[in-house]
Design a protein around this ligand. Structure first.
Ligand SMILES: Cc1cc2nc3c(=O)[nH]c(=O)nc-3n(C[C@H](O)[C@H](O)[C@H](O)COP(=O)(O)OP(=O)(O)OC[C@H]3O[C@@H](n4cnc5c(N)ncnc54)[C@H](O)[C@@H]3O)c2cc1C
Length: 606
């Protein structure tokens, strides 16, 4: 089983050497507590908790899974104690307002925390993770009284939260939501309906569970414009803040699923449960999507987490397991055969995992800075700034969520492949990573939906290509000073500049085609998303490589090996992974005819 070790050296490299987080925090209002010492203490404390408490429960949690008895869900052994430790450590509220008992540290620190927790044990991380969505919604749209009631116990972690959107007939197309909300004379609502696939819908970790529920008022318009948002607590809350009567919202069943088996995914039945409206009537979906970017970046972290964990599992195995001799001659002469790591094809797998994990970390840490700025704008009530940062983040979000989770899944599969047949056997924990990773491309918007969002909404509709122009200009500005450099840096800079120009030109071609053939967007969007992901990751790899090169030149007390390996991983990325963008380019530019010409009834002749 992989022994999770938080990759603190790489995290520090990005925070301190690449992205100057100390400078970033110094400029944020109210971030005077976020000193480099504080960041270091959080990283180290979180790493210890993840390595010593969460990681040991990952395999056992998967084996045991959750159980349900008459609507009461029991989490696997050790989860309750681990959650209590998480709450006692004050981890839940690190980025939430002091007014509600949080530490009010920047949002980016929460993402670092999620990376470590999620890599150690994604199933566990789902419980506090869903609470974040619930807290953000109440914080942004709740009345003062609602905030006062719900925020403190959610921020402390004493209570957890859920997001109840999906119903049997709809997950993506929430305009089809049927759950009903009937107004009552006392200003509350009776909520009736069934939600499925609700993460952390019921469990034994916390005293109360606060559901955020999408439902329809009796006179609501059809479709997405007729959906409202409600707070539905598991236990009603008395006027003095103590827990009151049990609300009729109950887990009807646990979903039996492929992975993240220790995360309780519930069918939730609302049977005239008492609900309190949050946000304006019929504007529920808008409110729900306010923090969508940050929630989706949270899911992008899952791609990074599984690439990292799978790499951590595969690497020691590749060094220990022996098979045949390397093609270039004996490497481990004292042994009967050479270690797997000497074979180029095994190195291809390991370096792909490493390049994706470290490249994804770079992309996410950059986006995390934007998230800090966006949250700051919300806090200061600066609507224009909020919209500007949200738009910027909105461009990164589908690429990060779609591309990183797809690649995380590929890396999880590669981890099994390095183990050969042993990767398929449960005891090594490698197949669990692949099973756990599979959901990441499905929830929080499938890859197809991220791709449509990127190409259809962000690129074509909202910005008419401006987001691509802006980002590719950043790419060119970074690459330009190095175009004539010799060695790997020059090669990488030229490749990045070429891709920037190509991305811009491609976007224009797709725009022109979409104007003539309406199926173009749906037909091209997946390849456009993956192309964008490979090229964007190239930009962030060049950024890391430039710093590593400069540090190597500088010399100094830091080990040269780290920077050397960074540069070599960057070179691998540019030579072996970035060229995959070509395949996506070719595919996306093909006419839609081959996709659309077949008659629906000719898809099968059974
Ligand atoms: C383990 C797990 C946990 C979950 N947790 C939660 C939770 O906590 N809360 C919650 O509310 N939900 C949750 N979900 C639900 C999840 O978000 C949905 O399953 C997901 O959004 C997809 O919706 P769907 O399953 O209805 O698929 P559908 O919407 O039916 O989509 C099916 C396929 O069609 C494609 N598709 C759909 N529409 C289009 C289109 N217009 N153009 C092109 N392609 C399209 C999709 O990309 C997908 O490939 C969870 C699901 C799982 C499995």
């Amino acid at each position: 089983m992989p022994q999770y070790k938080a990759p603190l050296r790489d995290m520090r490299f990005l925070l301190n050497e690449v992205f100057d987080y100390a400078g970033h925090y110094a400029k944020l209002p109210n971030a005077e507590d976020t000193t480099p010492d504080m960041v270091e203490a959080i990283m180290e404390g979180c790493a210890t908790f993840c390595e010593e408490v969460l990681a040991p429960l990952n395999l056992s949690g998967d084996q045991e899974g959750c159980t349900i008895d008459d609507g009461e869900v029991t989490t696997p052994k050790g989860f309750k104690e681990a959650y209590a430790e998480y709450v006692a450590g004050g981890w839940q509220g690190i980025s939430h307002p002091k007014e509600y008992g949080g530490q009010e540290l920047p949002m980016s620190l929460n993402l670092l925390k999620s990376e470590m927790m999620g890599t150690a044990n994604w199933s566990f991380t789902m419980y506090p993770g869903l609470s974040l969505g619930c807290m953000n919604t109440i914080f942004q749209f709740g009345s003062d009284a609602q905030k006062k009631t719900y925020m403190p116990p959610l921020v402390s972690g004493e209570w957890t939260g859920t997001m109840c959107l999906t119903e049997p007939q709809c997950g993506t197309d929430l305009g089809q939501v049927k759950t009903k909300a009937e107004p009552q004379a006392d200003g509350t609502y009776k909520i009736t309906g069934t939600k499925i696939f609700i993460s952390a819908g019921e469990h034994d970790l916390a005293d109360n569970i606060i559901h955020i529920v999408l439902a329809r008022l009796p006179d609501a318009p059809k479709g997405t414009r007729g959906i409202s948002l409600f707070i539905v607590p598991k236990f009603l809350i008395n006027a003095n803040g103590t827990l009151g009567a049990r609300n009729p919202v109950k887990a009807g069943a646990l979903e039996h699923k492929m992975g993240i088996r220790a995360s309780a995914t519930c069918v939730m039945n609302f049977d005239e449960a008492v609900g309190y409206m949050i946000a304006e009537p019929n504007k529920g979906l808008e409110a729900m999507f306010t923090f969508m970017n940050t929630a989706r970046i949270g899911t992008a972290v899952q791609g990074l987490a599984h690439a990292e964990l799978s790499y951590q599992g595969a690497l020691p195995y590749a060094k220990e397991r022996r098979s045949m001799r390397a093609l270039s001659g004996k490497k481990d002469a004292d042994h009967v055969a050479d270690a797997l790591i000497w074979h180029a094809d095994v190195r291809r797998m390991l370096l792909t995992q490493r390049a994706i994990a470290e490249g994804a970390r770079g992309m996410i840490y950059h986006a995390a800075k934007l998230a800090d700025l966006m949250v700051t704008a919300v806090g200061t009530g600066d609507q224009a700034q909020y919209e500007a940062y949200d738009d910027k983040l909105g461009f990164y979000t589908p690429i990060l969520k779609g591309f990183i989770t797809e690649m995380g899944l590929e890396c999880a599969n590669l981890g099994m492949q390095v183990f050969g047949g042993h990767g398929y056997i449960k005891e090594h924990g490698m197949e669990q990573i692949a099973r756990d990773a599979r959901i990441s491309t499905l929830y929080e918007g499938t890859t197809g939906i991220q791709a449509l969002d990127l190409l259809g909404r962000k690129v074509l509709l909202t910005t008419r290509g401006k987001c691509i122009k802006d980002f590719t200009n950043e790419m060119l500005a970074q690459a330009k000073p190095h175009l004539l450099d010799g060695g790997p840096i020059g090669k990488m800079a030229r490749a990045a500049a070429k891709r920037a120009l190509q991305w811009k030109a491609l976007t224009l071609r797709i725009m022109l085609r979409a104007a003539k053939d309406r199926d173009t967007v749906s037909a091209a969007c997946y390849d456009y998303l993956m192309y964008s992901g490979f090229v964007m990751m190239g930009h962030f790899w060049l950024k890391q490589a430039l710093v590593a090169q400069a540090k190597l030149k500088q010399g100094g007390k830091d080990t040269a090996e780290f920077y050397q390996a960074k540069l070599q991983t960057a070179e691998f990325y540019f030579e072996r992974l970035l060229p995959r963008a070509d395949g996506h380019k070719q595919s996306m530019l093909s006419p839609t005819r081959a996709l659309m010409q077949m008659d629906q009834e000719h898809f099968s002749f059974a």
